[in-house]
Design a protein around this ligand. Structure first.
Ligand code: SF4
Ligand code: FES
Length: 239
């Protein structure tokens, strides 16, 4: 076990735990945007920064990837920490002026849109956190989306910004997206689902008749697991 102090509280944490996890286990709040419990952290948004003192040396680290160490003293709300978080939020607000999630976080920290960062008009609510891409690759195994272009033009979506043949319409990317950037809509009485500009036919449960999953998703699961497609045509409630 490792002994450390977070915001004046003595804490014992397992070696290998991140500062973020240790703080959360002890009821200490650190804001996050690109963190999801089920996925490897990427340290993309930098909102979770904290200040770590080790001996006489202090530095700002990213708490979702920095592991606990014996004897460190962590401050989650120092002036330096709040300054970095404010700057991150000013940049995020300029990139995604329409994001309610970011606006609310900014309000909590008393951050207003900064005039020196011109608002972006065409990036929607995407903060390039990569959660959707990692979910599609590592959890679903479809690898249907990724990043296109570079620098300020970077966007997320299917390759070449065209309909992705690899997309199975599962909607896992929309579920994990922290800002609601990915639009997923149901149509035609629930018999269709549209996501990333492509419309999927939904399968109806063979017991209750309710539309419950895209046919492409069920075919994908069947091909990966070897379970016959007919056995997958029953919704969770009727199993
Ligand atoms: S679409 Fe959402 S989950 Fe994907 S990178 Fe953008 S903000 Fe993150
Ligand atoms: S939550 Fe740690 S960098 Fe985004």
């Amino acid at each position: 076990m490792v002994n450390l102090v977070i915001d004046g509280k003595n804490i014992e944490a397992e070696a290998g735990t991140t500062i973020l996890a240790a703080a959360r286990e002890n009821g200490i709040y650190i804001p996050t945007l690109c963190h999801h419990e089920s996925l490897e952290p990427s340290g993309a948004c930098r909102l979770c920064v904290v200040e770590v003192a080790k001996g006489s040396r202090k530095r700002i680290v990213t708490s979702c990837i920095y592991q606990v160490e014996d004897g460190i003293v962590v401050d989650t709300k120092s002036e330096r920490v709040l300054g970095v978080r404010r700057l991150v939020l000013e940049l995020l607000m300029a990139r995604c002026p329409k994001s309610d999630v970011i606006r609310t976080m900014a309000q909590e920290l008393g951050v207003a849109p900064e005039k020196r960062f011109l608002p972006d008009k065409d990036k929607g609510k995407c903060v390039l956190c990569r959660l959707c891409v990692k979910t599609c690759e590592d959890v679903v195994g479809a690898s249907a989306i990724g990043f296109s272009f570079r620098g300020k033009d970077k966007i997320v979506g299917p390759p070449f910004v065209e309909d992705s043949k690899a997309c199975i319409g599962c909607g896992a990317c929309a579920y994990v997206c922290p800002t609601g950037h990915i639009e997923m809509t149901a149509g035609n009485g629930g018999s269709e689902r549209t996501i990333w500009g492509r419309t999927f036919k939904m399968a109806a449960c063979s017991v209750c008749g309710r539309y419950f999953a895209p046919e492409d998703q069920l075919q994908f699961i069947s091909s990966k697991t070897g379970v016959p497609l007919e056995d997958l045509m029953v919704c969770m409630s009727c199993r």
